[in-house]
Design a protein around this ligand. Sequence first.
Ligand code: C2E
Ligand code: CA
Ligand code: CA
Length: 861
Amino acid sequence: MSASDGLLTETADVLLAALERADDGIVIVDSAHRITHFNAAAERIWKLARADVLGRDADLLTLKCLQADPVAEFRDEIGLVRRDGSRIRAAISVSSLASGGVTHHVVFARDVTAEAERRARIALLDAVSDQTNRAVLITDPGLNIRYTNAAFTALFGYTAAEAEGRRATDLLAGRHTKRSLLTTIGRRLIKGGPGGEAEVLIYTKDGEEIWVSARVDAFRDRKGRLRHIFALLDDITETRQLRSLQQLIMGALADEVPIGEIADRLCRRVEEIAPEIVCSLLHVDAAGLVHPLGGPSLPDDYSRALDGVAIGPDVGSCGTAAFYGEPVLAIDLDTDPRWQPYKAMPLAIGLRACWSTPVKAKDGRVIATFAFYYREPRAPSNWHRRIVEACVDLAAFAIERKEARAEIARLAYHDILTGLPNRAQLRHLITTAIDACPTGSHVALAFLDVDHFKDVNDTLGHAAGDELLIQLAQRLREQIGPEDMLGRLGGDEFVILLPQRNAERAERVAAGITEALAAPFRLGSRQLQMSASIGISLYPDHATDIDTLMQQADAAMYMAKQAGRSTHRLFSAEMNGLTEQRLALIAALRRAIAEGALSLSYQPQIRSCDGAVHGVEALARWHDAELGDVSPARFIPLAEDCGLIEQIGLWSVREACRQMASWRRAGLEIPCVSVNLSPINFRNVTLAARLKDILAEHDLPADALMLEITEGAFMQDSVAALETMNAIRKLGVGLSVDDFGTGYSSLSRLAHLPIRELKIDRSFMRDIEKDAGALAIATAVVRVGQGLGMTVVAEGVETEGQRRTLAELGCDVVQGFLYSPALPPVAFERWLIEYCAEQATAMLGRLDVAPAGRDAMKRSA
Ligand code: C2E
Ligand code: CA
Ligand code: CA
């Protein structure tokens, strides 16, 4: 053997050893179709021992590709049935090697069963994931995209091939994407934490922005190592846009943005999310006239032309929609019969179609219309319908709130009966007139009190009294000039403000009024002879501050009464004698407090839903040996002026708590007592501490006490008052806003105060059954109160009709003469026992307990 032969043999040995070790099965077949080589891997694939194969015919391998003649080159994955009948998937390749005129075939074989199974599974997953409309994205831990589904392509525009291998963040993030959100989740996943959900703005292949909600999570291997990250992406652009509309309106409402501005913002946002729309919102008033609220893209003269148009069956889209309470679509304004008289203007500015939807209040009234104009003849898309759906309720909410507020403001500043400015508004007007008064000039203030008005009320009834007051107001108005002002203080008291009048001219006006009132009034078939007493004070001659001026006019009026009525008096210094009367009254009050002559009476508060006793209100009473009963309406303001109110307030709380404790010991379970405090009491920063002591002294829980305050207490913006209120609330003692609706509270401020209860002022009760305005305000107060989580109490409820109306509104608690006036403790106890017995009987009646059973219960009780 030559050296080169030796080398050859050596090389062949190495090669054979290498073949033997190869992972692939390797089989060599000679030109006579006999197997000459069969390595270890081949033994495993075919499950045949080498000794049984070598030298045998290659048919043994059950490979079709070897059976062809001549054997062709082959490379494919095939199903292989082995000698023992088992099946595998195998990747087979056959090559022919020709050497020295002899051809050998080399077969390479690999078992790919596991791989094929995995591939089949992935194909199945693919098919499934392509069925969902959620975009699916899978990346490796480095965020390189490994898989995307059909929805991903549909949403973002990238095919699976385009996406694969790119970094997900490079592909999808853009200028406004919040990457930090994604990296936070990514980092958490890498650290082994859970996945998460995020809303992110991402970009399509065309650069379009889409909001998606991304659910991101991880695939981990058995050892918990992060293998893949997957994300399910939902397009929430529309949902988000609709939500942004809602947030816009709610935010604007919370900030007390005026309704016109809210409407404009709403329209502008709608036009942003649906640029093909020109949007407008029209208010529909109680008289059925429309008024533009918002429509920033409509030309001003178009909006002006719409103002005051009456709704009707053929009045464009909006007027018709408001009339029928149904949406109205005019696909082509040019030909739509309802638009013929109105079409010129919109057509001139390029608007061709209009779809209008009525906006309804909770009671079903149409209060606005929401219109989409289009620049071509067309109908709204589904997207447009969804926008309207999302907006109408909010628009209704905003407009209703505005109406309620306007009503509260109107009622707060105007007397309901006559529509004249009330006391609050008058103070405003007087201040303004004084401020505007040029030096050397005067402002006269006249107080007018109708003589013997009480007789009219008592003999002809309240309705006649009301009618007379309205007529009186009209006649007074006729006697004064356009610059002068007339207001009603309440009852039969009017105020006339006469700017630029000296004493002489003011007296002339007063004389004119006395003369004008001499003509009889007509009430139905009756004729009434009326008169009034008038007192006048003069700025700046008599006083320069409003309170003194009012007191002086009041004193002068009193003098006119003393002088025999039906006349007037100008204030003079001698009338200051009246101040002496006042001083005497103050002295008497001081004595009464010292001697314990004040007492409390109690008026029940009844729960609407079941008639149970909700609590009692404690009201101060003063009986003086000489003066008789003095009304709290008289002595409380006096006590506020002279500094006695501080003492009265604390005394009331102490006395009410003592009484409650005594009732509780006696087994009379009264849930809560309400005590009236003056705003002045809240300036005392130690009030909360005092309350705590008093409650502890009587062993009463804090929720057995409620404090009633008028709006004045927190409208003065006093930091001390707010601190006191917070401290009281923290103690657990409730705060109630008394006479609600007579001052002007910002509703949004109320929400921030620690208040538990609202009491609708009794001035609203009188007309609640017949006056839509009074009913609207009560409705608004009940809704606002309940919206803020407060109990709503109606006071001054005198009739069953009022009670029923309030119960229907959902007002929680009622209080008034219908049940009982305020009673001294013993009388109240008697009332309570009787009331509870009535309640029990009524309940037994409802349960239909047999009389025998009833007797038995009575006996045991
Ligand atoms: P208020 O707190 O609004 O009390 C309700 C007033 O309405 C009470 O008059 C009550 O007797 C009366 N009232 C109750 N039900 C009806 C009804 O069905 N119809 C009518 N027409 N009136 C009804 P009162 O007791 O004369 O008190 C007048 C005001 O004096 C109270 O108004 C309150 O502001 C003040 N006041 C009374 N007691 C106190 C007190 O202890 N401290 C303070 N600071 N003020 C008090
Ligand atoms: Ca009260
Ligand atoms: Ca009240």
